[in-house]
Design a protein around this ligand. Structure first.
Ligand code: FES
Length: 178
């Protein structure tokens, strides 16, 4: 026995008409939102732009020809691009580059690990073949190991050799001394 079919139709419901007042308030609301949000988008983009930029970590700078590097540390200068928020600068950095006992090229930062003065190679006859800091007398071996005053070895730069040139990257803790 089949179920009786429900052929009753729902009573016709009248369509809701939008009042003139509703139409005006929707239209004005939409236009106002467009006027205020539209110009704000570039401002928001400008405000967060540094956060969207790719970090420049891993960049290497060509600094010297491999053929110029000797066992004796030599001073080389190079420019880097630093982006700090919206401010871009190109400070000049210094590296002391030489070969270690295995003939591998390494580069030391000249920033003294005591209070941040600048060290120089062989600048004090009392400390021959050492880096010396004239601020408070710290001195370091050729590999950057601290011998007095400072409590840590000189930092190194990451080194990459390519097509006969030495490229330097980020500063890292000294890998040549413990
Ligand atoms: S900053 Fe170099 S010894 Fe003090």
């Amino acid at each position: 026995m089949s179920k009786p079919q429900n052929n009753e139709q729902k009573p016709h419901q009248p369509r809701k008409e939008m009042s003139r007042r509703q139409f005006l308030s929707y239209t004005l609301g939409g236009a106002s939102a467009f006027m205020f949000v539209g110009p704000a988008i570039p401002m928001v983009r400008f405000a967060v732009d540094p956060l969207l930029q790719k970090k420049t970590e891993g960049n290497y700078i060509k600094v010297a020809e491999v053929s110029k590097i000797t066992n004796e540390p030599q001073e080389f200068t190079f420019d880097v691009t630093q982006i700090d928020g919206w401010y871009e600068s190109k400070p000049q950095l210094v590296a002391w580059i030489s070969k270690d006992e295995n003939g591998d090229i390494f580069a030391l930062s000249p920033v003294c690990k005591h209070l941040g003065c600048t060290v120089n190679w062989n600048s004090n006859p009392k400390y021959k073949d050492q880096y010396f800091c004239m601020c408070h007398g710290a001195h370091y071996t050729k590999e950057g190991k601290q011998l007095a005053v400072a409590r840590a070895p000189l930092d190194e730069y990451k080194v990459k050799i390519e097509n006969g040139f030495v490229y330097l990257g980020d500063k890292i803790p000294n890998q040549h001394v413990q």
